[in-house]
Design a protein around this ligand. Structure first.
Ligand SMILES: [Zn+2]
Ligand SMILES: [Zn+2]
Length: 381
């Protein structure tokens, strides 16, 4: 079968690989028909980290744990790319109860068993199932995360079908939801539970490296009823999208210091702050602009060994800082009602819709949110 394969910096291609088969009675095989490119894919698609990352670790600049996650040498090609997809179940093992052949499902980016302690504590991406050899197990990152293949494939194997797969409910168009596997649910965790705690609260979002997550967070915050979503970015396309989803776009030019924004932000502070920029300076500034009791969530990769955060100000504001990987399996079901009600329209954030066969070229475009799609086997899906 064909699998979109990362071959090295700026190079992806279809490669012929062996079809996955069920390896236990708990598994399922899924045929993806909509796949999205995660913001995290840009982390390696356009760079070669095999020498740079170990060097950064040796120089005490990068946290050595980056090699525990990405492998050593890190992100060694070739490997199947993509870890955001929606597809049809084509085969199930005899013990699978929650899905049937033909069901349309979201496949979460991370492998989770549903039974271990982290899974039971609603931390599925930290699953500690006994057979695993990696810190995080996921699709689309190669051997460092367990070699589960990429999701831009004719078929993918799901090791724990009942625990992992989430059926798409009636009334939800699957194409633009492919990022539920990771980026949409990652964005949701940064604003959803927080807006349940502080209804209608203003939200401050820094966009940037995690290009679509910042926009999804802004759109979800509007959908959840925030009265003011201030979205800061230096990218005009993303600022335009932010305005389109109902946020208040604030341009921060490339060299402009983030502290110069103090005059335009809410003086009383924001109960909810999201950093999708990946800049520790912006995250720190966001923390300094928290309202008492507020929560700042960092959704980007922060790989430097030493980071400076304003802990005294956090203390004074009784602030919470939340960083951590996306537990999409936990959060996907909470996003569906917002899509069904029409309050959250993920299609507004899609900047490129490409045919499945054009995936190699499309995957290397620098657009904010790429969706690749093809015809489902069952046309009524
Ligand atoms: Zn991702
Ligand atoms: Zn588990």
């Amino acid at each position: 079968m064909q699998q979109l394969t990362f071959l090295g910096k700026n190079s992806v291609a279809w490669q012929e690989v062996r079809e996955p088969v069920l390896q236990s009675e708990q598994e399922a095989i899924v045929r993806p028909f909509a796949a999205a490119r995660c913001d995290g894919d840009s982390f390696f698609l356009f760079h070669d980290y095999r020498k740079v990352m170990p060097l950064g670790v040796n120089l005490n600049y990068l946290d050595p744990k980056v090699l525990d996650v990405f492998g050593n040498p890190p992100l060694q090609p070739p490997f199947g790319v993509g870890h955001e997809a929606i597809g049809e179940v084509t085969e199930i093992g005899s013990a699978v109860k929650n899905v049937r052949r033909g069901d349309v499902v979201v496949v979460p980016w991370a492998i989770s068993c549903g039974h271990c302690n982290p899974c039971r504590r609603q931390l599925p991406a930290n699953c500690s199932r006994t057979d695993k050899k990696t810190l995080v197990s996921a699709y689309g990152f190669g051997a460092g995360m367990g070699d589960f293949g990429g999701m831009v494939s004719d078929k993918i194997r799901v090791p724990f079908a009942d625990a992992m797969l989430v059926k798409i409910p009636e009334g939800v168009n699957p194409i633009h939801c492919a990022s539920l596997s990771d980026n949409i649910s990652d964005a949701y965790r940064s604003v959803g539970p927080q807006l349940d705690k502080f209804p209608e609260a203003p939200v401050l979002v820094f966009g940037g490296n995690a290009k679509s997550i910042g926009l999804y967070a802004a759109a979800l915050a509007v959908a959840k009823g925030s009265t003011q979503v201030d979205y800061v970015d230096d990218n005009l396309e993303r600022l335009t999208i932010a305005a389109r989803v109902g946020a208040n776009p604030i341009e921060l030019r490339k060299k402009q210091k983030v502290s110069t924004l103090s005059g335009v932000l809410i003086k009383e502070g924001y109960p909810i702050v999201v950093d999708a920029s990946g800049s520790v300076t912006k995250l720190a500034f966001g923390i300094q602009n928290l309202a008492p009791g507020g929560t700042a969530t960092g959704v980007a990769f922060y790989v430097k060994k030493r980071n400076s955060l304003p802990l005294w100000e956090m203390y004074l504001r009784s602030a919470t800082l939340h960083v951590g990987i996306s537990h999409s399996r936990r959060d996907i079901p909470d996003v569906f009602p917002l899509i069904k009600s029409g309050k959250f329209k993920p299609e507004k954030i899609t900047t490129m819709l490409a045919d499945w066969s054009d995936a190699p070229e499309a995957y290397l475009e620098l657009s904010t949110k790429l969706i690749i799609h093809r015809q489902p086997l069952n046309n009524s899906n």
